[in-house]
Design a protein around this ligand. Structure first.
Ligand code: HEC
Length: 101
């Protein structure tokens, strides 16, 4: 009886620790959540893993150049100016120089 009570408490404690993690599940994983994550996800997953993106951690200037390089040398379609600005802002804000991914 005692053992059962202890096990039940342990199970409840486990559920409590798991619940918040599930509530915060990030659909854009491994991209960090943030404004522009969705657009970045779909623009970049077309050709390579998003790990290629999260291996980054570049300044805005470097991300800017990388986007041009993706278009000019890697066959990426030209992004609409609004979308490009959103994605560039997302990359340099959330996967910028101090990104520890
Ligand atoms: C049309 C295809 C295509 C699209 C779309 C694309 N890439 Fe790439 N990307 C490539 C290729 C090809 C490479 C080089 C081979 C590799 O690393 O897989 C590359 C490499 C990279 C690298 C590694 C560069 C290096 O010097 O190691 C980064 C960072 C990157 N892409 C970021 C992005 C981001 C951010 C997006 C979305 C905005 C994106 N890519 C979308 C084709 C693409």
């Amino acid at each position: 009886m005692r053992f059962y009570t202890v096990m039940r408490a342990a199970a409840a404690a486990l559920l409590l620790t798991l619940a918040p993690a599930q509530a915060e599940e990030n659909p854009w994983d491994p991209l960090p959540p943030g404004e522009g994550a969705e657009e970045t996800y779909y623009a970049c997953i077309a050709c390579h893993s998003l790990r290629t993106v999260t291996n980054g951690g570049y300044s805005q200037r470097v991300w800017d150049e990388l986007l041009d390089w993706m278009v000019e040398e890697q066959g990426m379609w030209e992004l609409e100016p609004d979308e490009r600005a959103l994605i560039l802002n997302y990359l340099s804000t959330y996967i910028g120089e101090d990104w520890q991914g």
